[in-house]
Design a protein around this ligand. Structure first.
Ligand SMILES: Cc1cc2nc3c(=O)[nH]c(=O)nc-3n(C[C@H](O)[C@H](O)[C@H](O)COP(=O)(O)O)c2cc1C
Length: 219
């Protein structure tokens, strides 16, 4: 039995949803293991594609601390992936004007990150979590991970923590060396990553259109 009435629960949930923002600057203050486990537990409670995967081992979490040995190992792997993506996309864009038009903003962003030499969110917060989801059929593991990450994001927000999604991690499923770091069979698991820490500066609540303005009620 829950001790909080529905009106209060609803109000609190609305507040957490509005306060959820992408934080990209963190203080050095370490977050407690209890908070980290609470965020992981929220991720575990998110839906998973029960019909697509078999067995109990469908989702695993790996906590990597800032300046740790593992962080030093994954940083160059992620950076190499970004460089490869950037080069492939630039080549594709020179061949295909449609790609060039569509991907212009993304190509510019990749090139900027290449120049910076570090990937935003990787090693910038006290804690970096990699979440892996078993691949199955149909291949819905990234959709499943998105549910997991949103739950984690909301829980981090409720704890007053900042959270940054690092979607480059989703490209690492075919880098064997990356899977091996986590003792996972290469190619069998999909990945996503997020940085978590106390925000350097609190952001205002998110601004979105009114639900009425983007909703069509059909007859
Ligand atoms: C699929 C997806 C991938 C994203 N990847 C990144 C990322 O790699 N790095 C990042 O800082 N933010 C990333 N974001 C966060 C968005 O940029 C952010 O949610 C959006 O700009 C709205 O801002 P808000 O989260 O503060 O409301 C991603 C969001 C989604 C849905």
């Amino acid at each position: 039995m829950c001790s909080v009435d529905n009106t209060l629960k609803n109000q609190m949930l609305d507040e957490i949803i509005a306060e959820r923002r992408s934080y990209r600057a963190f203080t050095d203050e370490m977050i407690s293991d209890e908070a980290t486990l609470g965020i992981i537990s929220a991720g575990l409670h998110a839906p998973y594609a029960g019909a697509a995967v078999s067995g109990d081992e469908y989702r695993k979490f790996f906590v990597i601390r800032k300046n740790s040995e593992t962080m030093k190992t994954i940083q160059p792997l992620l950076f190499n992936e970004l460089k490869g993506m950037s080069e492939n996309l630039e080549k594709a864009a020179t061949r295909d004007p449609e790609i060039s038009k569509q991907a212009a903003g993304f190509i510019k962003r990749l090139s900027m990150i290449k120049k910076m030499g570090t990937i935003p969110g990787v090693g910038t917060a006290p804690v970096f979590i990699i979440i892996s989801e078993k691949k199955g059929f149909p291949p819905v593991e990234q959709a499943s991970l998105a549910h997991c990450l949103e739950n984690m994001w909301l829980k981090a927000t409720a704890l007053g923590l900042g959270f940054q999604l690092v979607s480059l991690v989703s490209q690492m499923d075919n880098v064997d060396e990356f899977s091996q770091i986590f003792h996972l069979q290469p190619g069998e698991w999909a990945f996503m990553g997020c940085a978590i820490g106390y925000p350097a500066e609190k952001l205002p609540a998110s601004i979105r259109p009114h639900a009425r303005d983007v909703t069509t009620w059909l007859p």
